[in-house]
Design a protein around this ligand. Structure first.
Ligand SMILES: Cc1cc2nc3c(=O)[nH]c(=O)nc-3n(C[C@H](O)[C@H](O)[C@H](O)COP(=O)(O)OP(=O)(O)OC[C@H]3O[C@@H](n4cnc5c(N)ncnc54)[C@H](O)[C@@H]3O)c2cc1C
Length: 390
């Protein structure tokens, strides 16, 4: 098979899907090659948090540009549904990080994010029975919430196809082909595809693909488990999504009677992205339960339902790698380090500008280039909280 396109996107996670949509919307002929199905990787396991609280301004901007897509999916994308649920978002930090929290909320407000500082009593009003005696202020975003990551990726792919893109599932890209330092296409399990631009959006597998053109990406697989707990009788699922940094745990409602829980500790970094998924361990479930109960004591009456594992690519500064690298026409959009769902609409838009116009304009994502690692220019927040995943 020889298919000619303007751009080949490798990977139909939320990032590849968003990029394909934005490129096709602009009239580019796009082919998306996915070795499994849409959202087969990190995206299908994502917790789906949609919030704008970061300590790095450019990441806040990417999340802020993305937020309207979740609020009005059909208006922006025109196909499918991201199933956004507006719950509000709360960030709690340890007392030592309070000055950073205040500075970050002020920065986010300058960017235009609807965010504010709230007192412990405000949090108790948002979630009755929550423990609020170990901090003095938290950050609150009333318009944030969570969405369905598989639905989001599927919606982007459906809309990309409506604008002429081709999606090929069950197609494993084996290598990127190059002639005289210019990309010519890819070799796959389903034959050759030709295009002058290839984008590596292969998630935890991105470094393997990049290596086929001699590009070394400092990316390791990052494995993260999440679990669903049934709420005790009489407790409502009407509570905000919460990142509770003092207890290294996050949680959100799921449906009418569940809570989804994840840990900021106990992720596994390294190994092969192809090793089998592992069943969630008893010790992890117990750690999740104890951390959640520290913050929400009434969850002691909750019940464990199910849990699963997922993996993303993580970089040394826990920020994505975006932009051209190696031979002309080769682009990276990978290394989202466990936080790349909520920013996908904005990243896809900015990447489409970089590819089609020669530079990103909606948000300046040029600092996310691969060269930052060799140059020792790690991306660090202006008022940093430190590394997220421990
Ligand atoms: C458990 C978990 C919870 C998370 N929670 C959140 C959250 O709450 N909020 C948030 O913002 N982020 C969250 N994240 C992170 C977020 O989900 C990811 O950053 C995002 O989904 C990455 O999307 P992607 O498209 O880059 O990668 P992926 O979704 O991994 O997609 C890559 C795709 O490439 C395909 N592929 C790989 N190699 C090849 C090849 N050679 N040929 C063809 N196809 C190939 C794979 O099959 C896969 O479908 C979470 C991640 C995990 C694992």
């Amino acid at each position: 098979m020889a298919t000619t396109a303007d751009v080949i996107v490798v990977g139909a996670g939320v990032q590849g899907a968003s990029l394909a949509f934005h490129l096709a919307l602009r009239g580019a002929r796009v082919v998306v090659l996915e070795r499994g199905t849409v959202a087969a990787g990190a995206t299908g396991r994502s917790s789906g948090f949609v919030r704008m609280h970061y300590d790095l301004e450019s990441e806040v901007r990417l999340a802020a540009v993305s937020h309207p897509y979740f609020l009005n999916w059909l208006g922006h994308v025109g196909a499918g549904d991201c199933e956004f649920v507006r719950t509000g978002f709360v960030q709690i930090v340890p007392e030592a990080l309070e000055p950073a929290l205040r500075a970050n909320v002020a920065m986010q407000q300058r960017v235009g994010v609807d965010t504010r500082l709230i007192a412990p009593s405000d949090l108790e009003a948002l979630m009755p029975g929550i423990r609020a005696d170990d901090f003095t202020v938290a950050a609150y975003e009333p318009a944030s919430g969570y969405a369905d990551p598989s639905g989001t990726a599927g919606g982007f792919i459906a809309a990309a196809r409506a604008h002429g893109a081709q999606f090929v599932g069950g197609c494993s890209v084996q290598s990127v082909t190059v002639e005289t330092n210019r990309v010519t296409g890819v070799s796959t399990s389903r034959g050759e595809f030709s295009a002058p631009v290839v984008v590596d959006a292969a998630g935890a597998w991105s470094a393997t693909l990049a290596a086929t053109v001699g590009v070394e990406v400092p990316l390791e697989p990052w494995r993260h488990e999440t679990a669903y707990f049934g709420l005790p009788d009489g407790r409502s699922a009407r509570f905000p999504i919460v990142i509770d940094t003092p207890n290294d745990v996050y949680f959100r409602p799921e449906g009418r009677d569940l809570m989804l829980v994840g840990l900021e500790v106990a992720s596994e970094i390294g190994g092969s992205p192809d090793r089998p998924e592992r069943a969630i361990g008893q010790s992890v479930v117990e750690l999740m339960a104890s951390r959640v109960c520290e913050r929400v004591p009434w969850m002691a009456g909750g019940t464990y339902r199910t849990g699963h594992d997922g993996q993303d690519g993580i970089t040394p500064d826990e920020r994505p790698v975006l932009g051209p690298a190696g031979p002309d026409g080769f682009f990276l959009a990978c290394g989202f380090s466990g936080t790349g769902f909520k920013t996908a609409p904005g990243v896809g838009l900015a990447m489409s500008e970089w590819i089609l116009d020669g530079r990103p304009t909606t948000v300046d994502i040029t600092p996310y280039g691969l060269e930052r690692f060799a140059e020792g220019r790690h991306l660090v927040g202006e008022h940093p909280y430190g590394t997220f995943w421990r």
